[in-house]
Design a protein around this ligand. Structure first.
Ligand SMILES: [Zn+2]
Length: 388
């Protein structure tokens, strides 16, 4: 059903993370697109339903760039009744303003089923990109018992021991339609080594040839450096358990355009059983790593590792702020940066006439209080209301 034209009137509008906001602004949405935006003086044409947004802030639809569709709740996705699937997608994403996600490892055919149902409009949900099953070292996969305890559906993942096998696995995933390649760089507890720079660069070359990106999950600072030297595009985590990142890492970041999903709240969550002093040490180390990354000019993509943590993004927003990122920088990591890194059209990640009407409308002013960014009133994807 096409939505009727709507005018969101009276809120503070951030058309783009790198421009000052328009106070008392207007956003006109028609036929799934932004028809116009600007000051309240923009005339609202006849036939538009008017929604008063006084006291609210309107930002481009948000992206969570590190999620997993591997929890049991997503299994047999083609058979989940549409209202239930829509409800699960709403709880995970749109109730927090999220309109686009990047899945960094899950059973690919199953995730593709979710995407097909959302793309056909049968089920309301976010835009989904997926790396399919991540590549692992032999023996690096957690046991089925552990996976079951984590609430994860059993997922066979390609085990690769050398560059040739890694390239084969990459080709297979890309042929099946994956939108990127995820490498679990770390080795196995049993002794299988972490991926070498040779394996990583062979995968990066193959993926880049196909126009796709490579994401690396590191366990240590050494893994990060190997991944950077191998030419990956996105580092999927900070690594506070291995201590501070070295100047060599930051020098490499300065030279290469690489992105990071910090996943700060993940470490805080995993440390919840530890003594307070240990929790603080882990959190502070992760904050320092992000701080160093930002001062080295590295790109930041918002990402929580949803599936391993709950869906509320607020703990991550607060930690990014604690690492020194201001609201426009945090907003960029949620909007314009992913649009740039993933090579989307110019109008993606912004509110601009002719662009898709992907919007998050939140209560309050997130610039003065970041908690407002998680207090969502409406989420729209291509003009369709995903959450209200
Ligand atoms: Zn993850």
């Amino acid at each position: 059903m096409p939505s009727p034209p709507v005018a969101f009137v009276g809120g503070t509008v951030y058309a783009s993370a790198d421009e000052p906001p328009v106070l008392d602004g207007v956003v006109l949405v028609k036929d799934g697109k932004i028809a116009a935006t600007g000051r309240r003086s923009v005339a609202v044409p006849h036939g538009f339903e008017i929604v008063d947004c006084s006291g609210c802030t309107i930002v481009p639809g948000l992206w969570n760039n590190h999620v997993h569709f591997f929890e049991r709740k997503w299994a047999s996705a083609s058979e989940i009744p549409a209202p239930e699937l829509a409800s699960q997608l709403q709880q995970a994403f749109s109730r927090y303003g999220v309109t686009s996600v990047f899945d960094l490892s899950s059973p690919w055919e199953n995730t593709r089923d979710i995407r097909e149902r959302t793309e056909l409009g049968e089920v309301a949900g976010p835009r989904i990109r997926s790396a399919g099953e991540g590549l692992v070292s032999p023996g690096a996969l957690p046991s089925e018992t552990v996976m079951r305890m984590m609430g994860v559906m059993p997922t066979p993942m390609p085990e690769v021991r050398d560059a040739a096998q890694a390239v084969d696995a990459t080709k297979t995933l890309l042929k099946k339609g994956a939108d990127g390649i995820k490498l679990f760089v770390q080795g196995a507890p049993s002794g299988a080594p972490a991926f070498s720079a040779e394996i990583i660069s062979a995968v990066a070359e193959e993926a880049h040839r196909a126009g796709e990106l490579v994401f690396a999950h590191p366990a240590t600072g050494d893994d990060v450096l190997t991944a950077l030297r191998g030419g990956v595009d996105v580092i999927a985590h900070t690594t506070p358990h291995s201590g501070p990142w070295t100047e060599t890492i930051f020098e490499t970041v300065r030279e290469q355009k690489v992105a990071l999903t910090p996943t700060l709240a993940l470490w805080k969550y995993f440390a919840r059983h530890d003594r307070l002093s240990a929790q603080e040490q882990i959190t502070n180390c992760a904050l320092e790593q992000l701080r160093g990354w930002v001062s080295a000019g590295g790109t930041v993509l918002f990402g929580t590792d949803l599936g391993a943590v709950d869906s509320d993004p607020l703990p991550e927003y607060e930690l990014m702020e604690a690492a020194g990122m201001n609201f426009p920088q945090i907003l960029a990591s949620l909007t314009s940066m992913p649009a740039i890194v993933f090579g989307d059209a110019d109008e993606a990640g912004r509110i601009t006439p002719g662009g898709s009407a992907d919007l998050a409308i939140v209560r309050g002013d997130p610039e003065s209080d970041i908690r407002a960014l998680a207090n969502v009133r409406f989420t729209l994807r291509a003009g369709r209301i995903l959450y209200s």
